[in-house]
Design a protein around this ligand. Structure first.
Ligand SMILES: [Zn+2]
Ligand SMILES: [Zn+2]
Length: 165
């Protein structure tokens, strides 16, 4: 009796894991549940970026990629948006705003394009918070070769987010 119960439990867990993997695959097509704020994030053609990897509301991401778009990371931890940077377009030209993410699991830093439906007010909040970034995190960003947006970039950020200064 005891043995069959254990056997049942094992099979149940195995099935659950398979179901989770299948659900993840299905979710990737139309969207996914944000691992941070739990809202449903829609993936569609209107976002302006092919690999949606972060929540349009809280802007947290999830460490799913080893290299961009490969979905091969075993980390799977949440990635906190810690600041903004600009896409590099020539030596002196600032391109579009990008988000800097810091993985809560393995501390990997990555930069990601913002999507058309990302909440502008929340992007601005991330910028404001990043002006008071913890020293060690600021150092890691700098050491990682990422040029973090600073107070002097405020005008450019407001223009890109809200189309005005
Ligand atoms: Zn979220
Ligand atoms: Zn990670």
């Amino acid at each position: 009796m005891k043995r069959s119960k254990q056997h049942y439990k094992f099979r149940y867990e195995e099935k659950t894991e398979r179901q989770i993997i299948r659900r993840d695959r299905m979710e990737r097509k139309g969207g996914f549940t944000c691992s941070h704020c739990r809202q449903w994030v829609v993936i569609n053609d209107l976002m302006g970026t092919a690999n949606r990897n972060h929540c349009n509301l809280c802007l947290w991401s999830k460490h799913v990629d080893e290299k961009k778009g490969d979905r091969l990371s075993k980390c799977q931890a949440g990635m906190r948006p810690i600041g903004l940077t600009f896409r590099i377009e020539g030596a002196f030209r600032r391109g579009e705003i990008m988000l800097i993410h810091d993985c809560a699991g393995c501390r990997k830093l990555s930069i990601n394009r913002i999507a058309a439906d990302d909440t502008s007010d929340n992007i601005l909040s991330i910028f404001e918070a990043s002006l008071r970034l913890e020293v060690d995190l600021g150092y890691r960003v700098q050491h990682g070769g990422i040029l973090r947006a600073v107070e002097a970039d405020r005008e450019e950020i407001l223009t890109q987010l809200f189309g005005r200064v």
